[in-house]
Design a binder for this molecule. Structure first.
Ligand SMILES: Cc1cc2nc3c(=O)[nH]c(=O)nc-3n(C[C@H](O)[C@H](O)[C@H](O)COP(=O)(O)OP(=O)(O)OC[C@H]3O[C@@H](n4cnc5c(N)ncnc54)[C@H](O)[C@@H]3O)c2cc1C
Length: 408
């Protein structure tokens, strides 16, 4: 008889687990607490849906940092090329953007999700929405709360793909954590990843510049051992501090630095295209009769939020000192106080520790229970690395769940 696999969580990881389990011959039921599946995937579509990245596999796997060794085997079975072929199979052509990121040609998530759910239904996957998984009953059945009351479900194998704790309104609220912890599963605390940071702006600056983009700039950061890192990109000033892709790229190391040292200090090069000596020269040549703002704007193109930042960090008397101004334009110091709350983050770090799982992503302590996606303890920067690893882990867990106890 075919195994009966229940997948809990209808995000990318759960949907892919359903697909793989069905392909391996299992009877598949997918449950989600919300009224429809793939809500976070749809929101990701607002940013164009960055599905994966086109860089060589050897570079790709380094994006998972310390978890590379554990995640590489998932990705070998579902790498960026396989992901693109899979999307093409759903009628979604992809293209490589200028940064190497891969997107659907129409930059939308809805057509992909619609085609995917339609295909899964046609393959026989049964969808059950508005069913909140609450854990296990004493007899081992799965316990769900539904609008029509509680229901119990017996599964041969279960895949948990419950997501992390960012953007809980989209479904993943981290409430699975105490349920698994009570079963002795070791879970790293969920923390914000790809997140913004708080900075103590003056009320005047925040009011005037919240929402202003800052581009292009180079972010410089040195870790506790003095190892320097830098990257050019874009960020956005917020009411509370700073966010945006450049900040997200550093968010894991900055968050960890704040946890150990209380604060993280970065500098921003506001004029990446100009050398320090050029800036000093341009300032020296600017006619003294003009106002400071006019001199900065005409000689260097520094105005708006960049000028606002200079006034924010420099004392009034330093604003007239050309050497200090030039130095600060090349290395504007900012102190990051704390990451923004996990509810606002693009993704979560932490989750079920990978050494709790076997190579098919089954919890060693709970035979027949598999885990996939963002609820596992890994993190990666934006760039398509999140979705690719969620999908790859979903494939692995779904396939292994279907085969567990010789189900296929
Ligand atoms: C604004 C935004 C933009 C993003 N853009 C990108 C991008 O362009 N590229 C990229 O790679 N990544 C992006 N991400 C990250 C990516 O969307 C997530 O990493 C991915 O969706 C995680 O997949 P998942 O299946 O593990 O979890 P989720 O997508 O969070 O799905 C988990 C599912 O489980 C369900 N669930 C949770 N608890 C229960 C329960 N107790 N019972 C029943 N169901 C439950 C939820 O309702 C949800 O449907 C973005 C994220 C955000 C917030």
């Amino acid at each position: 008889m075919n195994a009966r696999v229940h997948i809990i969580g209808g995000g990318p990881a759960g949907l892919m687990a359903a697909e793989a389990a069905r392909e391996a011959g299992a009877e598949v039921d997918l449950h989600d607490r919300l009224g429809s599946v793939g809500r976070k995937l749809l929101i990701a579509g607002k940013g164009g849906l960055n599905l994966t990245h086109s860089e060589p596999f050897e570079c790709f796997v380094t994006r998972y940092g310390e978890r590379r060794a554990q995640i590489e085997p998932w990705l070998r079975k579902f790498d960026a090329d396989m992901l693109r072929a899979w999307a093409a199979g759903l009628g979604v052509d992809t293209f490589v953007g200028s940064s190497g990121r891969v997107f659907p040609r129409d930059l939308k998530a809805a057509p992909l999700l619609r085609a995917w759910v339609r295909r899964l239904r046609a393959q026989g996957v049964r969808f059950h929405v508005n069913q909140q998984w609450r854990g296990w009953n004493e007899d081992g059945t799965l316990a769900f709360a539904t609008p029509a009351g509680d229901i119990d479900v017996r599964a041969d194998a279960t895949v948990l793909a419950l997501g992390g704790a960012s953007w809980p309104v989209l479904g993943s609220d981290g409430r699975w954590l105490p349920v698994l912890a009570a079963r002795g599963i070791d879970i790293a605390p969920l923390r914000p990843s790809n997140c913004g940071f708080d900075i103590r702006w003056s009320a005047h600056f925040a009011q005037r510049h919240a929402g202003d983009p800052l581009k292009p700039v180079i972010l410089h950061w040195s870790d506790h051992a003095g190892r320097a890192q830098q990257r050019q990109g874009e960020c956005v000033i917020t009411q509370y501090g700073i966010e945006g892709s450049l900040i997200y790229a550093f968010s894991a190391v900055l968050r960890d630095a704040i946890e150990t040292r209380g604060q993280a200090h970065i500098t921003l090069d506001l004029l990446p295209e100009r050398r320090l000596a050029d800036i000093e020269g341009a300032l020296a040549r600017a006619p003294g009769k003009r106002s400071l703002s006019e001199r900065w704007r005409r000689s260097l193109g520094v105005a708006g939020v960049k000028a606002g930042l200079m006034r924010e960090v420099l004392a009034t008397e330093s604003l007239h000192d050309a050497a200090t101004v030039a130095r600060t334009l090349k290395a504007l110091p900012l102190s990051l106080l704390r990451p923004r709350p996990i509810e606002e983050a693009i993704s979560s770090a932490g989750g079920v520790r990978l050494d709790m799982l076997d190579e098919g992503l089954m919890l060693r302590q709970l035979p027949g229970v598999f885990c996939a996606g963002e609820m596992l303890d890994w993190e990666a920067p934006t760039g398509g690395y999140l979705l690719n690893a969620c999908l790859a882990s979903g494939r692995l867990a779904g396939d292994a769940a279907a085969r567990w106890r010789g189900g296929a």
